[in-house]
Design a protein around this ligand. Structure first.
Ligand code: ARG
Length: 311
């Protein structure tokens, strides 16, 4: 119960960030006019708009029996649908490992990456980012009775799980500089969170909204540390130089911030539990997939030739 209240408080606090961001977007967004975007949409109308994502990141993207696009649902899928609408195209979801998204976008295999993706300097070398549409931070997912109360406590010889290529991977590896032997890397958040649940790991560092969702579904606790973890801005990635699509994306985001749609989506997907089936499917799949205790460097997000995940 206490945990639930804390989670709610966090959601509310973070929703405030979204409101602030939305307000910001409304007043400072300058360079996109609806007319230009409409022109772009006219000339490009028809065909598919392919979004690369990694649909293991509720509430932004997850699979469910009855999603917005086939089995795919979430805040990002809803935003992508609006972008496709504006571009006069049909949205197609290409679900792949998170670590492969930047390469898929930069090689033009897909049109855009929408995956709760944090803007980082390193990623900016390979793709162009839209205006930010969401603000998050990292949290620590631990068992209810854990003695971990801060990021600093993780340095206390704790076994810490992260997802390969997520910003949390860089944070525990470089910023917190945890002992490499104590870092366990997996392909999906639910995989490492399950390992906290079954006692193989002491903690997981992951994005706040997803951390809350995964902690809720597994009966774990979320620890915040605002001093240790900076705010992260989520944005949409396009191939470098694809200014036509970027313009359509930014115009769509500006509209959705201004008319409150982003906030509505945040409320809708944060406040309602991820549909049972989706959550169960994730847990089942994670039982089959092995957590990888990786020792090689998994530094670069840009790995070549990532095949889209089967599901
Ligand atoms: N925000 C984090 C990052 O950019 C994690 C994003 C994970 N997204 C996903 N769809 N799995 O690294």
């Amino acid at each position: 119960m206490k945990n639930w209240k804390k989670a709610l408080a966090l959601v509310l606090a973070l929703s405030l960030c979204v409101c602030l961001l939305a307000a910001c977007g409304g007043t400072t967004s300058t360079n996109t006019t609806t007319n230009d975007a409409d022109k772009a949409a006219d000339t490009e109308a028809g065909g598919e708009l392919i979004m690369a994502t990694n649909a293991a990141f509720p509430p932004f993207e997850f699979t469910t029996s009855n999603g917005l696009v086939g089995e795919y649902d979430g805040i990002d899928v809803a935003i992508a649908q609006k972008i496709a609408e504006k571009a006069g195209k049909t949205l197609k979801v290409s679900d792949m490992e998170f670590d492969g998204i930047i390469a898929a976008v930069s090689t033009g295999k897909v049109d855009m990456g929408i995956a709760g993706m944090t803007i980082t300097e390193e990623r900016k070398n390979n793709v162009d980012f839209s205006d930010p549409y969401y603000v998050a931070e990292q949290v620590i997912v631990v068992p209810e009775d854990s003695d971990i109360a801060s990021a600093e406590d993780l340095k206390n010889d704790k076994k810490v799980g992260v997802v390969i290529g997520y910003t949390a991977d860089t944070i525990v590896t470089e910023d917190l500089a945890l002992d490499e032997a104590n870092i366990v890397r997996a392909n999906r958040g639910i995989d490492v969170v399950q390992d906290v649940k079954n006692g193989r790991l002491d903690a997981v560092v992951i994005d706040s909204y997803t951390g809350i969702k995964l902690a809720e579904s597994t009966g774990l606790k979320v620890v915040e540390d605002e001093e240790a973890f900076a705010a992260e801005e989520y944005a949409i990635a396009v191939k470098k130089g694809n200014s036509e699509l970027l313009e359509t994306i930014n115009a769509t985001l500006a509209e959705m911030k201004e008319n409150g749609e982003i906030e509505e989506l945040a409320a809708k997907y944060n406040d309602t539990a991820v549909e049972e089936e989706g959550a169960e499917a994730d847990v089942e799949a994670s039982a089959e997939s092995e957590t990888q205790a990786e020792d090689e460097a998994s530094e670069g997000e840009v790995s070549e030739g990532e095949a889209p995940a089967a599901e």
